[in-house]
Design a protein around this ligand. Structure first.
Ligand SMILES: [Zn+2]
Length: 442
């Protein structure tokens, strides 16, 4: 079949970059992959800038291998003639046969010799464990990522609303963050330059929340309800199954919730204070530590990252604020669960519902009924598990129920177009009842 021969003869080597390259810094790592059934005679890389061409790398010797990957670095360190600005990275591969067929790829890159610089607002940021704050900052120079880093967590930077200059990040000081952690504004340019600048923080020692420890008695009925609902096909020891649900399923469910941070609007979807479920009594508070006691023995320990709000059975579950539904489905220990996005990575979570009346993608208004409360998932009584997360980290919602806090910490700093705050319009945040020894769970 002559056609087959023609096709085979006209084949050229293939060359590609397994990792995208957009920035050339001091010594930027680059991987090149090339393949040819006849082997590779030569692969080389050049950088073109302002009409000049600089060889930056060449393979050491011809290869009989059908494919190979080479790693090298390119940048100002080895090519000092490069200047900050646009350039082209060109890779050429030649096959190891008599015709020396070749392939060529070309990428637009930016040469960056200077790290970005960051300047942080001069505010004193009062931080409370488990809660949020907002920092504004400027980044100059070329950067590919910026935000606030707190320990091992990072919070995205967003452009100031209304086209104003600068950036801001909403960030949390997580409930389990070591207290001496200093939040840092960071900017990196993808050329190995990562600059940070600390935020000025004050930890009012006396006003830090004190998380409490509760013993939660696990009855046989509750254990059977949870295991039957969440591990219906499992077998073996009931206690082991219960603990596995409470530990592993909880962890997986929290990961799913955290990943919803990528489904967020790039502006606030609300203009008022967050509302707490009407007439509700808090039966468990944020970050309470729970010992699970079964037949007098402690079988597990978990941290409760929300409020258990009880009203009556099958009460209408109210959206805490305007937003868009990003989850409306069963979610393990949270039972039938709704997550509302409010923009900039801020989201509210409603668990244990008996019925969901909204769908992913729907927009909801503050106070809108999204379904009925219930006891699906790890719940021993009818209640709403209400929680909030910021860029995937669960935080104490209570600040967001407080119009003064929002005014002082958010609105004043970014002028986010929220309605002027007045006590009369929103009412003061309701007093939390002392959490009763809970018969309701997650
Ligand atoms: Zn709960």
């Amino acid at each position: 079949m002559p056609i087959v021969i023609v096709v085979a003869r006209s084949a050229t080597p293939a060359v590609d970059l397994p990792n995208p390259v957009s920035i050339l810094g001091q010594a930027t790592p680059i991987s090149v992959h090339a393949s040819d059934p006849r082997g590779i005679r030569n692969v080389f890389a050049i950088v073109e800038q302002n009409g000049a061409s600089y060889p930056v790398w060449q393979m050491a010797q011809p290869s009989k291998a059908k494919e190979a990957t080479w790693n090298f670095t390119a940048g100002v360190k080895t090519t000092p003639q490069l200047k900050d600005g646009k350039a082209k990275l060109i890779i050429k591969a030649t096959s190891d046969d008599l015709l020396h067929r070749s392939a060529r790829i070309e990428r637009d890159v930016t040469v960056v010799t200077q790290p970005p610089t960051v300047s942080v607002d001069s505010d004193q940021h009062y931080l409370y464990v488990g809660m949020a704050d907002l920092a504004s900052f400027n980044v100059s120079g070329v950067y590919t990522a910026a935000g606030v880093r707190v320990g091992d967590q990072s919070y995205r930077a967003w452009p100031m609303p209304g086209g104003k200059p600068g950036l801001f990040s909403l960030f949390a000081f997580a409930w389990n963050m070591p207290p001496n952690t200093i939040p840092m504004v960071f900017a990196s340019n993808g050329a190995g330059n990562d600059v940070t600048s600390p935020i000025t923080v004050i930890f009012p020692k006396k006003e830090q929340p004190h998380y409490t420890v509760h013993d939660l008695q696990v009855s046989d009925a509750f254990m059977q309800k949870v295991v039957g609902e969440l591990d219906p096909n499992g077998s073996g020891d009931m206690v082991a199954r219960f603990v596995r649900v409470n530990t592993e399923m909880r962890k997986a469910n929290n990961k799913t919730l955290s990943d919803l941070r990528f489904k967020t609007a790039d502006h606030f979807l609300f203009s008022q204070t967050f509302a707490r479920q009407s007439h509700s009594q808090a039966e468990a508070n944020f970050a309470d530590l729970r010992n699970y006691i079964y037949q007098g023995k402690k079988i597990d320990q978990q941290v409760h990252l929300g409020y258990d709000l009880a009203v009556t059975q099958h009460v209408g579950v109210e959206a805490s604020n305007d937003g868009r539904i990003v989850w409306a489905a069963p979610l393990g220990i949270y039972g039938n669960c709704v997550v509302v996005d409010h923009g900039y990575g801020l989201q509210t979570i409603y668990g244990h519902m008996s019925h969901i009346d909204v769908h992913e993608g729907d927009t909801v208004k503050r106070g809108q009924i999204m379904g009925q409360s219930g006891m699906t998932g790890m719940a021993g009584g009818d209640h709403i598990h209400f929680a909030m997360q910021l860029d995937g980290v669960q935080i104490d919602p209570k600040e967001w129920w407080d119009p003064h806090w929002i005014q002082d910490h958010i609105t004043k700093r970014i002028d986010a177009g929220m309605a002027p705050v007045s006590e009369a319009a929103y009412g003061s945040p309701k007093k939390q009842g002392h959490p009763a020894r809970s018969r309701r769970h997650q």
